[in-house]
Design a protein around this ligand. Structure first.
Ligand code: ZN
Length: 344
């Protein structure tokens, strides 16, 4: 079980990068992975703080998270031999830093500039170009430094997407329970409780989220980090990714770059909660109040594409048993599902 050693969330915590590095025993060299925008937002500051500690620092900019990006960062790591890699950004930059550092056997520190999904703290990375459309095991961050003063400046839509990614744990855990009961799959009670607690916690704090302030953001980030930790404990994405994530991956496969990860998962959660016989209306209502998508149109999909995605979702990951495998519905039933939940 690999867990983060330092988790620092709060207003202005980026100022403590140097101190944290010192405490973790890094004093020589670091490689900062950022995007051109996230470098301006936080990457440069990380670099300055490390250089103030007399560390040798290099910055490497990436804009996407492809196999090629990972390979070029690995190449830089081979040449520079840094003690530690920083991933500064939203999804892609952290994914590239996580994956390339894991493959090079050096630790990495996550510095999220958005709160759009649980990848900021998970041991999994999502890289385009490997054969699978979903995340694969890499390594957990050694530390997470989440500065709410930085993250609050990102478009609020990203935080709402992150919120939906946490709510998605309601159905992810239900799918895991199903796999335990029907397929005798390994089930980690602690990991699933932790994921579920995060989902309950953000649901209870939805009014705080509506204020769009640092306090709400902090609750969300703590929940996203707990989700990441639950995956580290489980040793897989099982507690955080079930049929609702299959729907999201299927949409991404059929229509790349359509809506945000958490937004797709959110709509998936509404439909999968219905299939599980759970309170899908409560989930839909909280999404509506926060302005998260609840319909196909809001995701940029038409009725046919939603049904197509549901059909594909059921076959995308045969080893991961979910409600979709149990029910094995036909096209008409999927159409009904989308209609009855108001998605189309
Ligand atoms: Zn997710």
């Amino acid at each position: 079980m690999q867990l983060p050693r330092e988790v620092i969330v709060g207003d202005g915590v980026l100022d403590r990068v140097g101190e944290i590095c010192r405490r973790l025993g890094f004093a020589q060299s670091a490689l900062v992975i950022a995007g051109s925008r996230t470098n301006v937002i936080a990457g440069r500051k990380v670099r300055r703080m490390l250089e103030a500690e007399r560390m040798k620092v290099e910055t490497f900019l990436v804009e996407t998270a492809t196999v090629k990006d990972v390979q070029s960062v690995e190449e830089r790591i081979r040449v520079l031999e840094p003690e530690i890699v920083f991933g500064v950004g939203g999804g892609t930059k952290i994914d590239v830093a996580k994956c390339s550092s894991a493959r090079s056997n050096i630790p990495f520190i996550s510095v999220p500039t958005t709160a759009s999904h649980d990848g900021i703290a998970s041991p999994l990375s999502s890289i385009k170009g490997y054969e699978k459309p979903y995340s694969v095991m890499a390594q957990a961050p050694l530390a997470i430094i989440a500065d709410t003063r930085v993250i609050i400046r990102a478009p609020w839509r990203l935080a709402v997407s992150g919120y939906a990614d946490v709510i998605a744990k309601f159905t992810a855990v239900k799918d895991w329970e199903l796999a335990r009961d029907e397929k005798d799959e390994y089930y980690g009670g602690y990991a699933s409780s932790l994921a579920l607690m995060s989902a309950r916690h953000v649901l209870l704090n939805s009014n705080l989220m509506r204020k769009k302030n640092q306090e709400g953001l902090r609750v969300l980030i703590e929940a996203l980090i707990s989700c990441g930790v639950s995956m580290s404990i489980a040793g897989s994405s099982r507690p955080c990714s079930g049929s609702e994530h299959m729907f999201s991956h299927a949409v991404e496969t059929l229509k790349p770059n359509c809506a945000l990860h958490g937004e797709r998962c959110g709509v998936g959660t509404i439909m999968m909660a219905y299939l599980h016989g759970a309170n899908w209306m409560r989930i839909r209502d909280v999404f509506r109040r926060l302005g998260a998508p609840t319909t196909a149109r809001e995701l940029g999909l038409d009725k046919r594409e939603v049904v197509e995605a549901l059909v594909l979702a059921a076959s995308l990951r045969p080893e991961r048993f979910t409600i979709l495998n149990k029910l094995s519905l036909n096209r008409e039933a999927y159409e009904h599902l989308a209609k009855v939940t108001g998605v189309v």
